[in-house]
Design a binder for this molecule. Structure first.
Ligand SMILES: Nc1ncnc2c1ncn2[C@@H]1O[C@H](COP(=O)(O)OP(=O)(O)OP(=O)(O)O)[C@@H](O)[C@H]1O
Length: 243
């Protein structure tokens, strides 16, 4: 039983509705503080829509979105205590790596000495010490995502939304990036953030996400321990997994 002083869930989607024409999506989900939850499901099922509703890029037609106990249903994206990493377009091409990371803590790019040091440390942690003056165009896809992760790690938000961030990378590099993400989470200055990670590679969830949600037809159709869900022999999850 949770006690009165137990921290609230990192994210609650309480009957959050969204309509695309005649298609109605309706999401119920609770992510515990510090939990790593993977989201899988067929193409077009609504995975990105669910994350966009949590982040506020899409408005809810009904229901409530709570982040760390705060009702943010009507709050714009910038006012929600979360950070996002997508497959593409995480970086500003006209800014160098240092500035791209620094934006995570100082949107006006006016940093004091301690903040400058933190940016440098974050770059070291993702293996990009010495890349400070590089522009994103002169970096590989994996390096660019390291920059995005460094910025996310600096922000110290209770919730990290990842929408296919490593999809364009090969299997070995994807594994490396997931290990890096796990390291950043474990090394967080405060409480580790909860991670909600959409992936097209269910095996990415194994050993990392304790629970996995299966999204189908605009709903969370199944939710359970990752190993249990991925071991299903029949039903829609098994069908999605190609069994
Ligand atoms: N702006 C839009 N207008 C109308 N329909 C949309 C819009 N954006 C998404 N959709 C539809 O909503 C459904 C869910 O899309 P969404 O991107 O959330 O799926 P997904 O599960 O993330 O898919 P994928 O795995 O292919 O990225 C799809 O059928 C899509 O065509």
């Amino acid at each position: 039983m949770p006690t009165d002083d137990a921290p609230p869930p990192a994210l609650v989607l309480d009957a959050v509705a969204h309509r695309y024409g005649a298609d109605r999506m309706l999401f119920d989900l609770a992510v515990a503080p510090g939990e790593w939850l993977a989201v899988i499901g067929p193409s077009g099922a609504g995975k990105s829509t669910m994350l966009d509703l949590a982040a506020g890029f899409l408005g809810a037609d009904g229901g409530r979105v709570l982040i760390a106990g705060r009702d943010v249903t009507r709050a714009p994206p910038a006012a929600r205590p979360l950070t996002c990493v997508f497959q593409d377009n995480n970086l500003f091409p006209h800014l160098d790596v240092f500035a791209n990371v620094a934006l995570g803590i100082a949107p006006d790019l006016k940093l004091d000495a301690a903040q400058r040091r933190r940016v440098g440390e974050a770059l070291e942690r993702v293996g990009l010490g010495g890349f400070e003056r590089r522009r994103p165009a002169a970096m590989s896809g994996g390096e660019r995502q390291r920059v995005a992760l460094a910025r996310a790690a600096l922000r110290d938000r209770p919730l990290l939304l990842l929408d296919e961030p490593f999809a364009a990378l090969g299997p070995a590099l994807r594994r490396e990036m997931l290990d890096l993400l796990a390291g950043l989470r474990d090394g967080a200055r405060g409480a580790p953030p909860a991670i909600l990670m959409v992936t097209h590679h269910p095996e990415d969830a194994r050993g990392r996400a304790a629970r996995t949600a299966f999204v189908a037809d605009g709903r969370v159709a199944a939710l359970g321990a990752t190993e249990t869900l991925l071991a299903m022999r029949d039903g829609p999850v098994a069908e999605y997994l190609g069994r």
